[in-house]
Design a protein around this ligand. Structure first.
Ligand code: AMP
Length: 289
């Protein structure tokens, strides 16, 4: 495994693989790696000749009052995880290497970012799209791997790649969870033991939402109210940004349960903002999980 600190060195290292026509799998991350990230690397390893992981805490996707400076940075452990997952190249750009002084170009999208996290994190998806576009240009991957845990992000990247003609296949991989159901997240490290217990309210609320739909509840307001009540009872004091039933394709709110839907949550437990989601459709059996 090789670690590259500059885009030029990375490009040179990738050139022979490209000449041979090898497929290049790319997993962009912000580090503080866990089993969720590892699952993306494994998926890339399975389907591509060469696997590139990037580790970069991207300042432009954090709001002024968000956790950019506290975001966990665990590079030595991250590199060990990458090595275990048989990653070929890890790109860890030096500060200042990604955004050149005077950079003034961004990627925006108008529809998908209007929903769910968009209004609560102004500028977030613009920052994500801009950095991912730059990383796609630097790595020029055949396929890039994203987690369903950040469903809206994956949908926005998929749309961006299509709209801007990036010749990359976007692969969305299932959310990896702890045994008790909590979605793995680098931000779980912020939780106190008591908050960690309360954080289970998210996955319990999603299960309730699925069950209500399976039992025939059609009114989105009822499903949303059920999820909210459950969160308030299991995580008193939690602040809910949203608990929403939306169309899984457009992310527009739905009034009545139909077609493929996304149940999506963003909840602040103490100082930590957690998100989770699941895809559900009324025709399928939703009672099992
Ligand atoms: P991050 O480092 O948080 O920016 O995440 C990098 C990638 O890992 C994104 O595509 C995330 O969606 C994905 N990811 C984060 N947590 C999980 C998880 N629990 N399961 C699967 N993928 C995840």
């Amino acid at each position: 495994m090789r670690v590259w600190r500059s885009a030029a060195a990375l490009r040179r290292a990738l050139a022979p693989a490209r000449r041979r026509g090898w497929s290049i799998g790319f997993v962009p991350t912000m580090g503080a790696l866990h089993a969720g990230h590892a699952s993306l690397m494994r998926r890339a390893r399975k389907s591509c000749n060469l696997v590139v992981v990037s580790i970069f805490v991207n300042p432009t996707q954090f709001g002024p009052r968000e956790d950019f400076s506290e975001y966990p940075r665990t590079l030595a452990r991250d590199l060990a995880l990458c090595r275990r997952e048989k990653v070929d190249f890890v790109y860890v750009p030096r500060a200042g290497e990604v955004y050149r002084p005077g950079a003034d170009t961004v990627v925006v999208q108008t529809r998908l970012p209007r929903h769910l996290c968009g209004p609560y994190r102004p500028g977030h998806f613009r920052g994500v799209m801009t950095v991912v576009a730059k990383l796609f240009n630097r790595v020029q991957p055949t396929a890039a791997f994203f987690g369903a845990k950040d469903y809206q992000q994956a949908a926005i990247i998929q749309r961006m790649a299509r709209d801007l003609d990036f010749p990359v296949r976007i692969v969305v991989c299932p959310t990896v969870r702890e045994k008790d159901g909590l979605a793995l997240s680098s931000r779980n490290a912020y939780l106190t033991p008591e908050e960690r217990r309360r954080a289970l309210a998210l996955v319990h609320a999603l299960r309730l939402g699925r069950r209500l739909i399976a039992l025939g509840e059609k009114r989105a307001v009822r499903i949303e109210a059920g999820m909210r009540r459950l969160i308030w009872s299991e995580a008193p004091g939690a602040s809910i940004d949203y608990a929403s039933v939306v169309d899984a394709g457009t992310l527009e709110p739905v009034r009545r349960a139909r077609g493929k839907m996304l149940l999506a949550l963003a909840v602040r437990i103490g100082k930590t903002r957690l998100i989770d989601n699941c895809v559900v459709s009324p025709s399928r059996k939703n009672l099992s999980s």
